[in-house]
Structures are given as C-alpha cells and as structure tokens.
Design a protein around this ligand. Structure first.
Ligand SMILES: [Zn+2]
Length: 286
C-alpha cells in the first residue's frame, strides 16, 4: 500500500491531468444523431460479432501509458470479489460467444451499490463482469464527490441466452452503460449524449478504471462521442500514439483500430464487452 500522502498526491495529479479545460473541444463535421436508429435497432452492427484482438490493452492511470499486452514488471491485475444479490452459491460460468451463449450461476447485480444503480431485471453477469463494474463505479466515487451514480442497463438475462432486442448480451459479459453526463440529478435511463452534456472527466474515469484491468475486449461507442473524449484527452497530456491502441477515432468509423469502436445505436449509452474469465475457457468464446 502507498502511504496516504502519496495516494493523495496521485489523486491530485490525476485530477489535474483529467481536469476540464476552459473550453469544450471544437467539434468537426458534427452529424445529427438519428434517434430512430437507436430506438429501432440498438445493436444492429457488424462489430457485435467480431472476434477479439489477440492482444490486451491495459491503460495505466497517467497519460501516454497505454500498453498492449502485459508489460514486463507490471503487477498482474487482481480481480475483486463481486457483490451479488443473495442466493448464489457457486462460481459463474460464461458459455459460448456473446451472440450465442449462456450464463450459468450468474451474479445478479444488486439494484444499487457504491457509485452505481442497476436498472431492470436483466442485470445478470459473470462474477468478473459484476466485480469490474462495481470496482469502476466505486473508483469514480473516490475521484468525484457528490456526483450521480453510474446507470448500468442490460447485462444478461438470468441464465443468459437471447435477450431482446440485442444480438449479444447472451453470456454475461456485455453491459450497456449510460454515458456519465453533466446534467443535474440522478439519471435512471439512457439519454442522448453529445458535447452539451457529456461529462468527459467522469466518463473517462469510469472507462479508464475498466481499461486498466486488461479485462475489456471491446467498448462500443458512437464515433462522435469517441471524438469528444479523444480530443479532451489530447488537451490533457495524452498523445495520438498513446491513444491509438484505445480509440478507433480519428482513423474512421469503419476502421479496425482500437478497443473503443463505433457501433450504431450507441449515442445514449456505451457497451462494454469483457473478455472470457480464464477459468471459463475454452467453453467461453471471446
Ligand atoms: Zn449493448
């Protein structure tokens, strides 16, 4: 454990690195978000089906330290213990691919916990999925006081399998999460998000906490929102090279680059897909 003053120093440094610049980043070629596309086809996109890249991306909590694979000397990530709703007595098992899978002994995410609320009945994840979400939500509460809770939407149904209207979300490793927004009050559902209301610092803090684990396979995020985060990070000390393994932007919305990829229907929430837990392989398919 780091001494308390070192931890405080680290947090202060982080806060200043991620601090809001005075001006919102300038947007280029903004295209209007099509509400109907989201309502009618939230998960219609080829990226829902692409296999994972072979190398992991781990993001360290400072600019320009995105690393691919496990760096020599970097401590391995220690998976936290999830808090599940009572009544679960065996480890979860994720079976099959996200688009044709099952979830045995899934961890039902409690409707609320430190820094998050989980909305709806389909909030069953693998033990790892729930542990990682709880960890990231808690981290945000440590960095930002008195802010609204992160809104977790669909994960998987009890037992997994097809979950309308999604193509994926079948094996406890896909999660829909509302963008963290600057709007006042506690949100309870997804709302269209753009430059006027995206809380870039908190959204990045949550994502960074997840990406730092190396357990994230994909993040599906509207290309326009990628642009907002990317440009804010450039303003805060990151370089294009440092961000290249993380963001598809600015290579193009159809270019295979980065962990964060554009997918239609992700302008009011982002979608995180976790890698298969090691103990579930080879039945679990990334
Ligand atoms: Zn989704």
């Amino acid at each position: 454990m780091l001494p308390l003053f070192l931890r405080a120093l680290l947090l202060l440094t982080l806060a200043s690195l991620l601090g809001c610049s005075d001006e919102a980043p300038q947007r280029k070629k903004r295209r209007p978000v099509d509400r109907m596309v989201f309502r009618d086809a939230p998960e219609e996109n080829a990226y829902e089906r692409i296999p994972l890249p072979p190398q992991r991306v781990r993001v360290q909590a400072r600019p320009n330290s995105a690393t691919v694979g496990n760096v020599a000397g970097a401590p391995p990530f220690q998976m936290p213990t999830p808090v599940c709703q009572p009544g679960k007595d065996e480890p979860s098992r994720s079976i099959g691919p996200p688009t044709d899978g099952q979830l045995v002994a899934g961890c039902r995410m409690p409707a609320q916990g430190p820094g998050y609320i989980a909305v709806g009945a389909n909030v069953f994840g693998t033990d790892n999925t729930v542990a990682l979400l709880q960890m990231a939500a808690y981290r945000v509460t440590q960095q930002f006081q008195g802010v609204p809770a992160v809104v977790i939407g669909a994960i998987s149904a009890d037992g997994g399998g097809f979950l309308k209207p999604h193509k994926s979300h079948q094996s406890g490793r896909d999660v829909d999460i509302a963008y963290l927004r600057t709007t006042k009050g506690q949100p309870r559902r997804f709302e269209l998000t753009d430059a006027s209301n995206l809380d870039m610092e908190r959204t990045w803090a949550f994502l960074e906490a997840l990406l730092s684990t190396g357990e994230v396979g994909w993040v599906f995020m509207d290309y326009e929102i990628q642009a907002l985060l990317y440009e804010a990070l450039l303003d805060n000390g990151w370089t294009e090279q440092g961000l290249a393994p993380i963001f598809q932007y600015p290579a193009g919305a159809n270019v295979a680059r980065g962990v964060i990829r554009h997918a239609t229907g992700h302008a009011d929430h982002f979608h995180v897909r976790f890698r298969c837990p090691e103990r579930d392989k080879p039945d679990c398919v990334d």
